[in-house]
Design a binder for this molecule. Structure first.
Ligand SMILES: NC(=O)C1=CN([C@@H]2O[C@H](COP(=O)(O)OP(=O)(O)OC[C@H]3O[C@@H](n4cnc5c(N)ncnc54)[C@H](OP(=O)(O)O)[C@@H]3O)[C@@H](O)[C@H]2O)C=CC1
Ligand SMILES: O=C(O)[C@H](O)CS(=O)(=O)O
Length: 489
C-alpha cells in the first residue's frame, strides 16, 4: 500500500495508487516517477509512475487483444460489470472526493458533486450498453435485404485535463467500455490520483484485464503521438484546450482517425432587463465560480442590459464578497486555489488588459493574502469587446461585466468568438427566449440557469470548441462504427 500525506484522511488508503494500471496490471513507470502536489499547500502528495511511449504501445496491444472477447460478451454482462463499478465509486465517494480536492484544489463539496457526476456516466452507459440497436431496412431490390450493424470501434486513446479529473474520464470510458471497446487513458499530470483510484475500483468490479489502462505520464506530447500513430488505436478522445486539440487533430489526420474533441470555451452570460435579477445573480455565481472559474462552460463574459446593469453589478458584488477563499478540505470553502502559477498569470493578464483599456475593479483584483495560487474573486465593470477577455478563455475567478442595450447587438457580441461551447441567458419574455436560444451559435444554451451539466444531455461544442458529443444516447455513437450488410437472398 502507498503511504502518502493523504492516507490518514481516507477510510480506505488503498485507493491511493501510484503505479500505472497497464491493461489490468499495476506496473512501475519505465520513465521513473513524477511528483503530484497539493495546489493549496504545495505539499507533495505522492510520487507517481511515469509511463513511457513504449509502455503505452504495450497497453494498446493488450487492449487490442482483449477487446474482441469483451465485445463478444452479452450487453447485459458488460452492463453488470459497469453497474458494479458504479456502485463501488459511490460507496467510496468521500475518499475519492478527498483525493480529488487534495490534488486539484476544488472545495470538497464540489469534489463530492464531481464524483457523483462522474459515476453517473458509468451508471448511464451501463444501461445504454443494452440499447445499441441496429436496423433492418427494406431491400432496394426484391432479392436484397439491408442490415445495419453497430459495432465497437476498437481501441480508444484518451487524454483528459486536470479540471474535472474523474468526470472527464468517465464521460469517455463509460460509453467506450459499454460499447465493447478497450480504453487507454492518459490523465493530466496534475491529477493522476483520481484516475488511478477509478482503476482500483474497476479492478474490484471485475473489469477484465486489458479493457482499461490508466497511464500517468509526464510526456503528454509523446503519449499523444503514440495514440495518433499507433495503427491499433482507432479512436482518439480529448478534452482540453483548443490549441492542443488542433495539434492532436493534425497528428490523427495521418491515420484518418475518428476523433472526439471537447475543447475551450468563451461562454457569454446574458442578463436581460426582464430577468429575475436575484436568480440571475445566483446563476452567474454558480456558472462563473464553480471550480474557481476553471471550467470550459463557465461564464467568461457577462453581458447586462442597461436597465438592470447597476443593480445586477451591486447584487453580484455583495454575494461574491461573502465567498470564502481557502483550502478545499476546510469546511465552508467556496473557492480553492488555482491549479498553477500559470493560471494565476492568465487571470492577471486579462485583468490588467481590461483595466488598461478602461475597466473598473469593483471587487478583488489581486492575488489573495493566503499566497500561493489563491486569488481574490474579481469583478470588473465597463468591459468592452476590444479587451482580451472578450476573445480568450480566462479559466479563473474573473467576472467581466459588459453593458448592452439592444437584443440584436448582444447576440452579435455573444457570437463574436471562434468558440461555441456554452452560452447562457436570463429572460422571461417567451418570444425573446426562443429568438435568443436559436440565434446563439453554441452547442449548449442554458436559459434561466447557470448549470447545464448532466449525463442525460449531449454535451459538446460547435466552431472551435470541439467535435462530437458526450453524454446522452448520442455519446455512445462516438465509440461505434456502422456496418451496412447487403444480403442477397
Ligand atoms: N475544454 C475544457 O474542458 C478545458 C479547457 N482548458 C483550456 O486549456 C487551457 C490550458 O489548460 P491546460 O490544462 O494546460 O490544457 P491543455 O490542453 O494544455 O491540457 C489538457 C491535457 O492535454 C495534455 N497535453 C498537453 N499538450 C499535449 C500534447 N501536445 N499532446 C497530447 N496531450 C497534451 C495535458 O497534459 P499535461 O497535464 O501534462 O499538460 C492535459 O492532460 C486552460 O486555460 C483552458 O483555457 C483546459 C482544460 C479543460
Ligand atoms: O471541462 C469542463 O469544464 C467540464 O466539461 C465542465 S462540466 O462537464 O462539469 O460542466
Amino acid at each position: 500500500m502507498t503511504t502518502s500525506p493523504l492516507s490518514e484522511l481516507l477510510a480506505d488508503p488503498s485507493l491511493i495508487a501510484t503505479q500505472a494500471y497497464l491493461a489490468g496490471d499495476w506496473v512501475d513507470g519505465a520513465g521513473g516517477q513524477f511528483e503530484v502536489t497539493n495546489p493549496a499547500t504545495g505539499e507533495v502528495l505522492a510520487m507517481v509512475a511515469d509511463v513511457t511511449r513504449e509502455q503505452t504501445a504495450e497497453a494498446v496491444e493488450k487492449g487490442r487483444l482483449a477487446q474482441k472477447e469483451w465485445a463478444a460478451r452479452t450487453a447485459k454482462d458488460r452492463s453488470n460489470v459497469m453497474r458494479a463499478w458504479f456502485n463501488l465509486i459511490m460507496e467510496n465517494q468521500e475518499d475519492l472526493a478527498k483525493i480529488m480536492t487534495a490534488e486539484q484544489g476544488k472545495p470538497l463539496a464540489e469534489a463530492r458533486g464531481e464524483i457523483s457526476y462522474g459515476a453517473s456516466f458509468i451508471e448511464f452507459y451501463a444501461e445504454e450498453a443494452k440499447r445499441i440497436l441496429g436496423e433492418i431496412i427494406p431491400g432496394h431490390q426484391p432479392d436484397k435485404r439491408i442490415h445495419v450493424l453497430k459495432q465497437p470501434i476498437g481501441v480508444v486513446g484518451s487524454i483528459t485535463p486536470w479540471n474535472f479529473p474523474t468526470a472527464m474520464i468517465t464521460r469517455k470510458c463509460g460509453p467506450a467500455i459499454a460499447a465493447g471497446c478497450s480504453f487507454v487513458a492518459r490523465p493530466a499530470s496534475e491529477t493522476p490520483l483520481s484516475a488511478l483510484a477509478l482503476a482500483v475500483l474497476a479492478e474490484r468490479a471485475g473489469l477484465p484485464k486489458g479493457i482499461l489502462s490508466i497511464l500517468p505520464a509526464s510526456d503528454a506530447a509523446g503519449i499523444g503521438q503514440e495514440f495518433c500513430e499507433n495503427p491499433s488505436v482507432r479512436k482518439l478522445t480529448f478534452t482540453g484546450s483548443t490549441g492542443v486539440g488542433r495539434i492532436l487533430l493534425r497528428q490523427a489526420a495521418d491515420q484518418v482517425m475518428k476523433c472526439s474533441m471537447e475543447l475551450g470555451g468563451n461562454a457569454p452570460f446574458i442578463v436581460f432587463d426582464d430577468a429575475d435579477l436575484d436568480a440571475a445573480v445566483e446563476g452567474a455565481i454558480a456558472c462563473k465560480f464553480r471550480n474557481n472559474g476553471q471550467t470550459c462552460v463557465c461564464a467568461n463574459r457577462i453581458y447586462v442590459q442597461d436597465g438592470v446593469y447597476d443593480a445586477f453589478a451591486e447584487k453580484l458584488r455583495a454575494k461574491v464578497a461573502a465567498m470564502k477563499v481557502g483550502n478545499g478540505l476546510e469546511d465552508g470553502t467556496d473557492l480553492g486555489p488555482l491549479i498553477t502559477e500559470k493560471a494565476v498569470e492568465k487571470v492577471e493578464d486579462h485583468l490588467q488588459d481590461a483595466v488598461s483599456k478602461g475597466a473598473t475593479v469593483i471587487l478583488g483584483g489581486k492575488p489573495h493574502e493566503k499566497g500561493g495560487t489563491f486569488y481574490e474573486p474579481t469583478i470588473v465593470t465597463g468591459v468592452t469587446q476590444d479587451m482580451k477577455v472578450s476573445k480568450e478563455e480566462t479559466f479563473g475567478p474573473f467576472a467581466p461585466l459588459f453593458r448592452f442595450g439592444d437584443v440584436d447587438d448582444v447576440i452579435e457580441m455573444a457570437n463574436d468568438t471562434v468558440f461555441g461551447l456554452a452560452a447562457y441567458f436570463y429572460a422571461k419574455d417567451l418570444s425573446r427566449v426562443h429568438k435568443v436560444s436559436e440565434a446563439l451559435e453554441y452547442g449548449i444554451v442554458g436559459v434561466n440557469t447557470g448549470i447545464i451539466s448532466t449525463e442525460q444531455a449531449p454535451f459538446g461544442g460547435v466552431k472551435q470548441s470541439g467535435l462530437g458529443r458526450e453524454g446522452s444516447h448520442h455519446g455512445i455513437e462516438e465509440y461505434l462504427e456502422l456496418k451496412y450488410v447487403c444480403l442477397s437472398v
